[in-house]
Design a protein around this ligand. Structure first.
Ligand SMILES: Nc1ncnc2c1ncn2[C@@H]1O[C@H](COP(=O)(O)OP(=O)(O)OP(=O)(O)O)[C@@H](O)[C@H]1O
Ligand SMILES: [Mg+2]
Length: 394
């Protein structure tokens, strides 16, 4: 045991005695944090890659399509941690064709996107909400909107005892703090975020995420909201100006280690092990994101050239191409809307892009055919397939 990181509070739930864990306020002391050389190296690398990612975002002509790609990937991966099967293609198709989400899983991913953009906008507006318990509750309400979340009190701090692992609090792996302490513990966390501190901001984000998961303030959605909070904090501490880091990918690859390291903070007082794991995640994923950004950028630049120099190209085709990164799946009807053009004009534009090998017909139908920006989608799909997650280390 390196240190004690909280105290046990014994309560009774349904006639059974339960040992709930109440974390001490951040930051860890007694002894203070002592990061080893490896963790410090991860921290430096992580910061360096984040800076490169920030720059990469500035270099691309439109940061919007860049964010489009990353945010959607993040949304799919974050939901997949809980076992949501929605794929990136489901999401893109829903967005391309509009309408209601076909099933609860795709709805969950849409909610994640909605919640992230809501929180990001609030924090960017001068009179918007800062990172606070209120912002978290508002964001949570959006995250759990709809059919499946309805029974889970969206937007409200829990008023009952919850637990992780096991069938009831009495045999659980972990029992979070009793409900009457949740508001105070979160207020404390908010205070920590806005207070001054000598720790590196990346280390502080690691602390905040783990503390949030330990408090487990909501009946459901704590994992998703906690990961969204990481993205918000990167912005808050100006490590990354746009929400471009999809850390869920790392947690998905190493899910058991993720859970084990969170538990070790409580059980062994091991903050350092968690921080090191977290920093390794940021370093790894930021490096991959820079790589993805570069690849996408090169791809779009090359394809633009192909469209511009295509034998029978049209102005509409060139304009339609610029929509593809943010609308990688479309049909002629959608192209008409985007271009505010006639059907023949839009159809011709789609045809030019197809001839240039940029768009690929995806439906195999004669009527209402759909097209995809295939090489771009291919790059986005990497890492989001459910079937071949990398082996877990834990
Ligand atoms: N042993 C543990 N100690 C602390 N936190 C844990 C532990 N195991 C899991 N967690 C956290 O709890 C989250 C799951 O809680 P919850 O079901 O409320 O969130 P979710 O968003 O619905 O699920 P998920 O994260 O699986 O998508 C995990 O993502 C993780 O962050
Ligand atoms: Mg859940």
């Amino acid at each position: 045991m390196r240190r004690t990181t909280g105290r046990i509070e014994r309560t009774r739930v349904a006639g059974e005695e339960v040992a709930a864990f109440v974390p001490y306020p951040l930051a860890p002391s007694d002894p203070p944090l002592a990061l080893n050389a490896e963790a410090r190296r991860f921290c430096a690398t992580a910061e360096e890659h984040l800076q490169r990612l920030d720059l990469a975002a500035e270099l691309v002509p439109s940061v919007d399509w860049f964010i489009y790609a990353f945010v959607r990937k993040e949304a799919v991966l974050s939901s997949q941690i809980e076992g949501t099967q929605a794929t990136l293609m489901d999401l893109l198709e829903l967005e391309a064709h509009g309408g209601e989400a076909p099933d609860a899983e795709v709805e969950e991913v849409c909610n994640y996107l909605d919640a992230l953009s809501y929180a990001h906008e609030e924090m960017s507006r001068p009179d918007g909400l800062p990172i606070s318990v209120r912002l978290l509750c508002e964001t949570h309400a959006r995250l759990l909107r709809g059919v499946r979340g309805a029974a889970k009190q969206p937007g409200e701090l829990r008023q009952s005892q919850n637990w992780i692992g096991g069938t009831r609090p009495g045999n659980a792996v972990f029992v979070p703090p009793p409900p009457h302490l949740v508001a105070d513990l979160l207020a404390n966390l908010e205070h920590y975020v806005h207070g001054s501190n000598s720790l590196h901001p990346l280390v502080r984000i690691a602390l905040v995420h783990a503390q949030f998961e330990t408090i487990h303030p909501y009946l459901d959605g704590n994992g998703r909201l906690g990961r969204l909070l990481i993205t918000l904090l990167l912005g808050h501490w100006e490590l990354l100006h746009e929400p471009l880091l999809y850390l869920s990918l790392f947690f998905k690859r190493h899910r058991r280690e993720y859970y084990r390291r969170l538990s070790a903070i409580r059980e062994e007082g091991d903050w350092e092990g968690w921080i090191s794991f977290f920093l390794e995640g940021v370093a790894t994923i930021a490096a991959e994101a820079v790589d993805t950004a570069r690849t996408l950028h090169t791809l779009v630049t090359t394809d633009r050239q192909r469209v511009v120099t295509a034998p029978h190209t049209t102005v509409l085709a060139i304009r339609l191409f610029e929509f593809l990164p943010s609308h990688p799946i479309l049909n002629v009807g959608r192209a008409m809307e985007l271009l505010a053009a006639s059907r023949p004009g839009a159809a011709k534009a789609v045809h030019v892009l197809e001839e240039a090998g940029v768009l690929v017909e995806t439906t195999g139908k004669r009527k209402n055919r759909a097209f995809g920006y295939e090489s771009y989608l291919q790059r986005l799909r990497e890492g989001t397939e459910m079937l071949h997650p990398k082996a877990d280390r834990a």
